[in-house]
Write a protein that binds this ligand. Structure first.
Ligand code: PLP
Length: 402
């Protein structure tokens, strides 16, 4: 590289990643092929629009790459292009969620999402996010005693508040989600003026790789819209996918039905973005092919096995695990006498990288919360097995009890 300053920083970051253990639940390590596609000359190309309908010439190969990415995305999640549309252009998870609301929820409408301190994402309507400024969040949380979702409570809130959309799928919730129950709740809330029931969106950003690998329930039988980042358990570049059912429509100003997919495509471009990042789309296509292999299935199952062992070992050492355990790649630990910030500082000193995290009914503040979030997706990519989790739990315990 001619730019020595940046070259030095890239090398330094490579060294940091090599020397440390990342238990950040939203991170992973991509393959050399994903990196190659990201660094490819597709980065030079402007491709505003969608395959076959672009504003610039020279799209022979960008069209092929985007079509391939779309068909691989559908295939990976066992979807049929007759029933499902997919948009692969959103630049990341937050703009993907924003695009869905922009397409389907009128400004000022209600989006019902889990509150931040219970494990929801900022883009599920939190007030500091644009999603909480343009739309009104109807918050829900986990049960005070069990720390898992209480579907009866959610139903009560939905019936009382009549949200335009219900969002399931979270940032810091370790358990499986019963998508069928969410469908039943959404179906109870009718909007007669719009001639439809409440829309159910699942944000599977965290567990998409586990769904692909058969290690977590799939939301596709129940959701109207599914969004996901591609860079967490799915192990791809930073990007996002938006799936929507083709039979779901919304009336336009002239009273004609328009499919959710068409509305979402328009919300992404030209609603929110200009040219898609074609190098990123090429890298997502590589990811989706990798995730369809038997090796990836094995990987996804190992991710969950590792998380269960890590949670159990920490529990045995006396640590309070939120909800009592995990069904996924993710564990929330109440760090007790020390704050989550202090815990993450101590762990970094011994080469273990985690993030501080709020716990349900957080008594402290988001900047200085009571817990840490751990995830096993990255270390499992590097080959970690159950025995490594036992050792890791000991190291974590020692660092936190010091
Ligand atoms: C559930 C969920 N949705 C959306 C996002 C946003 O993704 P991004 O950081 O790519 O904007 C995240 C990120 O952590 C997430 O956990």
């Amino acid at each position: 590289m001619k730019d020595k300053q940046i070259e030095k920083l890239i090398k330094a970051e490579e060294g940091r990643q090599k020397k440390t253990i990342s238990l950040i639940a939203s991170e992973n390590y991509v393959s050399a092929d994903v990196l190659k596609a990201l660094g490819s000359k597709f980065t030079n190309k402007y491709s505003e629009g969608y395959p076959g309908h672009r504003y610039y010439k020279g799209q022979t190969f960008t069209d092929q790459v985007e079509e391939l990415c779309r068909s691989r995305a559908l295939k990976l999640f066992k979807l049929n292009s007759k029933d499902w549309a997919v948009n692969v252009q959103a630049l990341s998870g937050s703009p993907a969620n924003l695009a869905v609301y922009l397409a389907l929820v009128p400004p000022g409408g209600k989006v019902m999402g889990m509150s931040l301190d219970h494990g929801g994402h900022l883009t599920h309507g939190h007030k500091v996010s644009a999603t909480g400024k343009i739309w009104t969040q109807v918050p829900y949380g986990v049960d005070k005693n069990t720390e898992v979702i209480n579907y009866d409570e959610i139903k009560k809130i939905a019936v009382a508040e009549k949200p335009d959309m219900i969002i399931a799928g979270y940032t810091a919730y370790p358990r499986t989600v019963d998508f069928k129950k969410f469908r039943e709740i959404a179906d109870v809330v009718v909007h007669p003026e719009a001639g439809r029931r409440t829309i159910l969106m699942v944000d599977m950003s965290h567990f998409a790789g586990l769904v692909a690998g058969g290690a977590y329930p799939s939301p596709f039988d129940y959701a109207d819209v599914v969004t996901t980042t591609t860079h967490k358990t799915l192990r791809g570049p930073r990007s996002a996918l938006i799936f929507s059912r083709r039979d779901k429509t919304k009336l336009n100003a002239k009273g004609n039905p328009v499919s959710f997919g068409d509305l979402i495509d328009k919300a992404v471009f030209p609603g929110l973005q200009g040219g898609p990042h074609m190098n990123q789309i090429a890298a997502v296509a590589v990811t989706l092919k990798e995730a369809s292999t038997p090796a990836f299935k094995k990987y996804a199952k190992q991710v969950v096995k590792n998380a269960k062992v890590l949670a159990e070992e920490l529990k045995k050492m006396g640590w309070k695990i939120i909800s009592g355990g995990t069904d996924s790649h993710l564990i929330l630990v109440d760090t007790g006498k020390i704050s989550g910030a202090e815990a993450s500082d101590r762990l970094e000193k011994v080469g273990i990288i985690v993030n501080k995290n709020t716990i349900p009914n957080e008594p402290r503040s988001p900047m200085d919360p009571s817990g840490i979030r751990l995830g096993t997706a990255g270390e499992t990519t590097r080959g970690a097995k159950e025995k490594d989790m036992v050792k890791l739990a000991k190291r974590i315990d020692q660092a936190l009890k010091k």
